[in-house]
Design a protein. Structure first.
Length: 158
């Protein structure tokens, strides 16, 4: 039975461009049978996401890689967009605290998987542009920082 389960899933090593963030992902069914989401929302387009959706238990962060991830929030600010703070690689989305959809896992960019031929994957088109309005042009806008961000920006207190 365990052998059968192993055949129905595949584990893939993944990470950012510079190697600062590393993790492994187990998918069932394995690639290329697993459908990858190619969403047209502004975030997915800008980040270059081609998303797979493993459950939290199926993503193993190596060392302190998860803690090293930088986070970006947009629009409703319900999901953490994860990226490498050193090389800028867009890693995916953490659905942990989001209200919708109720999913305990990640949207991981298939582009972060090592040794995968992206042309061999099966894609499903996502219509996020119709569901999530794009964030506008924010160039030139000064952002309001919350107290935690102000403390981080000012550096360690003496």
């Amino acid at each position: 039975m365990a052998e059968e389960k192993a055949k129905e899933s595949g584990t893939y090593e993944a990470g950012c461009h510079c190697g600062y963030i590393k993790f492994s992902v187990t998918l069932s069914p394995p690639l290329p049978e697993y459908k990858v989401l190619d969403c047209n929302c502004s975030m997915c387009r800008k980040a270059g996401y081609l998303l797979i959706y493993p459950h939290r238990k199926d993503v193993k962060w190596h060392g302190e890689s998860h803690e090293r991830c930088a986070v970006y929030h947009f629009n409703t600010k319900q999901k953490d967009q994860l990226f490498c703070p050193k090389c800028g690689t867009s890693l995916g989305i953490d659905f942990r605290d989001s209200r919708k959809p109720k999913f305990d896992g990640y949207g991981i960019s298939a582009r972060t998987l090592y040794g995968i031929d992206l042309d061999s994957l099966r894609y499903e088109k996502g219509q996020g542009l119709e569901n999530v309005k794009p964030s506008g042009d924010l160039s030139g806008i000064q952002y309001e920082l919350d107290e935690k961000e102000k403390a981080l920006a000012s550096g360690p207190s003496s």
